[in-house]
Design a protein around this ligand. Structure first.
Ligand code: ATP
Length: 360
């Protein structure tokens, strides 16, 4: 059952001194959902988050929360009246207050202050550390305190700006999954900013991919990976290469790897030149296969190995093979293409648009 609409951005533009940074941004978030704004540095993620928090006035459009307009041109409901919590990259804890005092800071008037603080400390697995000061904690522990503090006033929406970027690999991965579990356990809606795709996929129900101030696609992680709407999203999300092809029928394309058929249809004229997206997991080892490629490099990833392959035509591919079969650079390997989610774009040089996509 779908949850009620919580946050709605419609045609939002904002920026600095006449310089537009975020342009015509529309998205919505349902209650209890976690979303992520993802994109390269400087694309406007933090500015969008600050507009939602009430720190950036709008030049156009409207933001509403729980059905009430909180920002439009000429009107910005102050941040403290929005019931929106924030968690920052640098934790921003009060150094002179203990962990428990930090968590209780925003609920000083709350009748169940102590009980609520204890519950939150337990939720973020810090019950034993309530009397410590921030400088006596690790980075991951400090970020948990910041999360508990932000959750204490029971915000309608929590905004997290690069919350894990000060932490290292494994801790970052673990904490991002924990934060998702904590938010889901409390039914708290959240929007997180990151430029780390793995983090975005681990935490979010929906991800918005930005490029130069414009939202390119707002979708589930699965759809972003398998059904990117623009060449930019296709290249920014995951790995992959484009090879040239020619449309033989709405769902079939002729390529140097043979005829590929997918589970969707395109309405471009038969014979159109197209770029075909091939992800590493679309290329399957097949010793008996007729397709041969030369290994030009490899990266061992543990459970799988990422091979760089070169076709006889000179085209490059990347393929993810289970790591128990080991191939050496220079070796020829048999492959098969297994790309149900056949993603095509008009060949480079023509206007990229996938509005021509038809349901099969
Ligand atoms: P990053 O991942 O590097 O944090 P971002 O996607 O969050 O990037 P923003 O911080 O939203 O990007 O910045 C978007 C653009 O707005 C950038 O070009 C930045 O230089 C510009 N910008 C940000 N803050 C200001 C400001 N206070 N005054 C003028 N320009 C600004």
């Amino acid at each position: 059952m779908s949850q009620p609409l919580l946050l709605n951005l419609h045609g939002v533009s904002c920026g600095f001194a006449q310089q537009p940074v975020v342009q015509d941004l529309s998205l919505h978030l349902n209650s209890g959902d976690i979303a992520c704004l993802l994109g390269p540095s400087g694309c406007g993620k933090t500015t969008s988050l600050r507009a939602i928090a009430g720190f950036e006035p709008l030049q156009a459009g409207e933001i509403s929360l729980n059905g009430k307009v909180i920002s439009r041109q000429g009107f910005t409901l102050p941040p403290e009246q929005r019931r929106i919590g924030m968690v920052f990259q640098d934790y921003a804890l009060f150094p002179h207050l203990t962990v428990a005092q930090n968590v209780a800071f925003g609920i000083r008037q709350h009748p169940r202050r102590e009980q609520l603080t204890a519950e939150l400390l337990e939720l973020v697995k810090l019950s034993e550390l309530g009397k410590r000061y921030p400088h006596e904690l690790s980075g991951g522990q400090q970020q948990r305190v910041a999360l508990a503090r932000a959750l204490a006033p029971e915000p309608l929406l929590l905004l997290l700006d690069e919350p894990f970027s000060n932490l290292d690999g494994e801790l970052r991965r673990r904490l991002s999954m924990e934060v998702r579990d904590i938010l889901k356990a409390r039914g708290t809606s959240a929007i997180l900013v990151t430029h780390d795709q793995e983090e975005a996929f681990a935490v979010s129900d929906h991800v918005g991919v930005f490029q130069q101030g414009r939202l390119q696609q707002w979708d589930t992680p699965f759809n972003l990976y398998h059904e990117p709407l623009t060449p930019f999203v296709a290249s920014f999300i995951g790995q992959g290469y484009f090879i040239r092809g020619q449309l033989l029928s709405p769902d079939t394309v002729q390529t140097e790897l043979g005829i590929l058929r997918g589970n969707r249809a395109y309405s471009w004229p038969i014979g159109s030149a197209v770029d075909v997206l091939l992800r590493p997991d679309d290329i399957v080892p097949d010793a008996a296969g007729t397709l041969q490629a030369r290994v030009s490099g490899k990266t061992f990833l543990g459970a799988a190995t990422l091979y760089r392959l070169q076709l006889a035509t000179g085209s490059q591919l990347e393929a993810l093979f289970p790591s128990h079969a080991e191939h050496q650079p220079g070796e020829m390997v048999g492959i098969r293409i297994d790309a149900d989610h056949l993603v095509l774009f008009p060949a480079t040089g023509s206007q990229p648009t996938r509005e021509a996509l038809l349901p099969l």
